[in-house]
Write a protein that binds this ligand. Structure first.
Ligand code: LMR
Length: 390
C-alpha cells in the first residue's frame, strides 16, 4: 500500500534544531526556528503564563469537551485585544479557536476551497515555507507574486501589484499582517492603503496572517493595517497566532476570524467552520487558550504580559539596531521589524557558517534575530562579514 509513496524531504527548518542540538561547541548560535530567545539562548515560559497556569491548576474543575469552536470566551477576549471591542461585536465577523496559526490558515483554506474551489491563492515571495503547502493541501491552486526587492532589502510594491493584476475577482491574497516572515520588511501605511484599494477595486479577498502581533512596533501599531483592511473590505479572513506573543508555541493557540459581506453570510460561514473543524481536529486543544483567556481577563496578569511582550520587542529591536550599525549591508535590518531578517548570503555561505562557526540559520539566509546575543554580536558580524557585499 505505502510503497508507492514518494519520499518526502525532511522539513529543513525543523531539521536545523536537531543539527543544532547535536553541536557541542559552547558558542554555537541557533538562528533557525522562530522562537523568542533571551540573552542566554533560552526560551523561557513567560511570567504571566506561569501565573495563569497556576490559577488554572487550582480552579479548573473539569476537562470535559468544549465545542468544535473551542472556548468562546477565549475568542471573545482575544477579539477585544486584537480587533477592539467595537469591531469584535460586528455581526459580519465570526471567529473560532484553532490549533495555532497553522490551524487557522488551514481552516480558512478549507473554507475557501468549499466556497470557491476555482479561486487562486496569491502569495508573495519569499514567504513562510508552510504557506503554499497549506493552501495546496486544501486543494486550492497557488500562484506566487513578487514582493521583496533584495537589492533594496525592501518591499517592491510595483512588482507586487503588477503580478496581482493577473488575479481574477474572487481570488485570495495572503498578506502578512506585520513582522514579515522571512524578510522583516513592512509596507508603509500609504502602501497598505494602495494594497487595500487594489484588492477592493478588483474584488480580491485578503487573507491576513497575523502571527507576530506585538513583536514589531507594539500591539496597536502592529494590528493597525489589518484593522484598516477589515474596515475597507467587504470580505476578508484573519489567521491569528498566540504562539509567539504568549510564548505558547507547543500548546498551539490560535484563532480564525472571517468577515462576511452580511451578518447572514457570517452565520453561514460559522456553521461551515464548525463542520470543517469537526472533521479535522474535532475541537482545538484547550490548555494554551485557557491560559490566554486567564491573562486577558485578569488586569494584573494582562499588564504583566504586556510588559513582558514589550521587553521581548525591545530585545529584538535592540539587536536589530546593533546589527544595522555593525555593517553597511546589514543597515536595512534596523528599519525592518519582527523576529526575522533575510541575509544576502547563499546556501553555500550558510553551510560554511554552520560548519566553521556553529551558526545555524535557514538555507534561505533567514535569521531569527532573537537567537543573537548582545554579548557576541560583534563576533557574529565578523564571522558573517566575508560573505556580505562590501
Ligand atoms: C518559523 O517560521 O520559524 C515558525 O513559524 C515556526 C514554523 O512552524 O515554521
Amino acid at each position: 500500500l505505502f510503497d508507492g509513496l514518494t519520499r518526502q524531504p525532511a522539513d529543513p527548518l525543523l531539521g536545523l534544531t536537531a543539527l543544532f542540538e547535536a553541536d557541542r561547541r559552547p558558542d554555537r548560535l541557533d538562528l533557525g526556528v522562530g522562537v523568542f530567545r533571551d540573552e542566554q539562548g533560552a526560551t523561557p515560559i513567560m511570567r504571566s503564563v506561569k501565573a495563569a497556569e497556576g490559577r488554572l491548576l487550582e480552579r479548573q474543575d473539569t476537562k470535559a469537551y468544549l465545542g468544535t469552536e473551542g472556548d468562546p470566551l477565549f475568542v471573545r477576549y482575544l477579539a477585544d485585544l486584537v480587533l477592539g471591542p467595537e469591531r469584535a461585536d460586528d455581526p459580519r465577523l465570526t471567529g473560532i479557536q484553532t490549533p495555532g496559526g497553522t490551524g487557522a490558515l488551514r481552516l480558512g483554506a478549507e473554507l475557501l476551497a468549499g466556497a470557491r474551489p476555482d479561486a487562486t491563492v496569491w502569495i508573495g515571495t519569499p514567504t513562510w515555507p508552510n504557506h503554499a503547502p497549506i493552501f495546496r493541501q486544501a486543494g486550492l491552486s497557488v500562484r506566487m507574486h513578487r514582493f521583496f526587492d533584495p537589492s533594496r532589502s525592501d518591499v517592491d510594491l510595483d512588482a507586487m501589484l503588477a503580478d496581482l493584476a493577473n488575479a481574477r475577482p474572487g481570488d485570495v491574497v495572503v498578506l502578512h499582517g506585520c513582522c514579515h516572515n522571512p524578510t522583516g520588511v513592512t509596507l508603509t501605511a500609504a502602501q497598505w492603503a494602495l494594497v487595500v484599494r487594489f484588492c477592493s477595486t478588483r474584488g480580491l479577498v485578503p487573507f491576513v496572517d497575523l502571527a507576530y502581533h506585538g513583536l514589531g512596533d507594539g500591539l496597536e501599531a502592529d494590528v493597525a493595517p489589518t484593522l484598516a483592511l477589515l474596515e475597507a473590505m467587504p470580505e476578508a479572513l484573519l489567521a491569528y497566532s498566540c504562539d509567539k506573543n504568549f510564548g505558547l508555541y507547543r500548546d498551539r493557540v490560535g484563532a480564525l476570524w472571517v468577515q462576511g459581506a452580511t451578518p447572514g453570510s457570517a452565520t453561514l460561514v460559522r456553521g461551515h467552520l464548525q463542520a470543517l473543524a469537526r472533521s479535522m481536529w474535532s475541537m482545538p486543544p484547550d490548555h494554551g487558550a485557557a491560559i490566554v483567556r486567564e491573562i486577558l481577563t485578569e488586569s494584573v496578569l494582562k499588564e504583566d504580559w504586556k510588559a513582558e511582550l514589550e521587553t521581548m520587542r525591545g530585545r529584538i529591536n535592540g539587536l536589530r539596531a546593533a546589527l544595522a550599525a555593525l555593517h553597511p549591508a546589514l543597515a536595512p535590518i534596523g528599519r525592518q521589524r519582527g523576529m526575522f531578517a533575510l541575509l544576502p548570503v547563499t546556501p553555500a555561505n550558510v553551510a560554511a557558517l554552520r560548519v566553521d562557526h556553529g551558526i545555524y540559520m535557514a538555507d534561505s539566509g533567514r535569521i531569527n534575530i532573537a537567537g543573537l546575543r548582545t554579548a557576541s554580536i560583534d563576533r557574529f558580524v565578523k564571522q558573517l562579514g566575508p560573505f556580505l557585499p562590501a
